[in-house]
Write a protein that binds this ligand. Sequence first.
Ligand code: ADQ
Length: 441
Amino acid sequence: MSRLIIVSNRVPRPRERTQPAGGLAIALNEAIRTRETMWFGWSGAHDGAAGPGPQVVTQGNVTFATIDIPATAFRGYYEGYSNSTLWPLLHSRVGLTLFRREDQAAYRAVNAQFADALVGLLRPDDTIWVHDYQLIPLGRMLRDRGVTRRIGFFLHVPFPAPQLFDCLPQAGELLADLGCYDVIGMQTQTDADNLNAMLSAQGVAVRARAYPIGIDPVAFAAAARRAAAGPEARRLLDSLAGRALILGVDRLDYSKGLPERLAGYERLLRRFPEHHARVTMLQIAPVSRGDVSQYRTLRRELYEMAGRINGEHADVDWMPLRFLTRTVSRATLAGYLRLARVGLVTPLRDGMNLVAKEYVAAQDPENPGALVLSRFAGAAQELSDAILINPYDPDEIAEALHLALTMGAAERIRGWQRMNAAVLGNTAADWARRFLGDLER
Ligand code: ADQ
């Protein structure tokens, strides 16, 4: 079998390499474990102290190769074009999208830096798999440098309707970049259809296909069982004093529909007073991209909303909402998900949303909770047995929460069994196998 080259913006940090923590590392775990792999990406450093060339470390059958990116180029590439142009646009948020020529130049320059450093590490028979919107031009840049091997690209985030993507001044160039890949993978058929409409209008021959990403549900369920009996879950459970837990877990990102979620919970408290002092909502939302101004504004808005909700509804012995912006370990998180009577996942747009699948995997089969899920998350395609909502309507969220909180065990078990079958039927390993199978065919 040829060597697999994974390219992503970030590679796992040294301490994550044996115990993968990030979504992509976990998803790729099996693919990398079973063949010789090189994982290439940004080191996390700007200074170039290690010299201009890539830093290469081999651990078992995986080689990690990383490069530093100068701070000024990084700002335009990452905070600028990746996270202030492509991220909002790909999530259909044209109003939040910044269009700056200098960011686009930095984005292409850093992609070229990736290509220059990677090309020197390649062997003639490598299979190359590029990940996500930060690296769309990389395939073409490798081709320009003489790479003829199979190169695949997977987009982890959604792709918007053609009319929206067309707002991007450099749309045509990015579509031509995508045309240089042998296989283009998207999370859902809708994303693939949106991109394909643009590719065909542009005269590009290659077509995107849907490869919905999964989790490792067996391992996650085992971790949830273990953690639910551990001290962290115990501490949470004791603090609830018998109240039902509604749990939300997301990066603090405007795509996740967090203000809409809090508004929905607030509406539940107003419209369904029978839940007063019987329910507690915990939202864990670690700060993400704190250097981008829209993210700082969002954080302020959420602090303000959380304060208001507690101020208006709390009692001396009951805080309706707990809002945390620190991260928790994956194991602890798995235990919390198992304790939650309701998993609340309300993105306005999301490529897949792995938290929804993790919530399902974490449940106790004898007494599972209910999942309230935005129909605009990719996961809604597979988890159609969740309580699907439109996250823009706080009343719909409130009604779904009321339904979830009052649903009998038999109905919860029925819904969970179907969702769990879907999660088990399409794992992270299946996803990687399907994509690589097509790429190497
Ligand atoms: P993200 O936008 O980061 O991923 P998601 O799919 O939910 O969103 O994955 C987040 C991962 O981080 C999950 O495994 C989750 O458990 C973990 N996580 C989230 N909040 C956490 C917290 N507070 N503490 C600890 N861990 C936390 C992007 C796309 C998604 C797509 C994935 C994978 O935006 O749509 O599903 O990539 O393709």
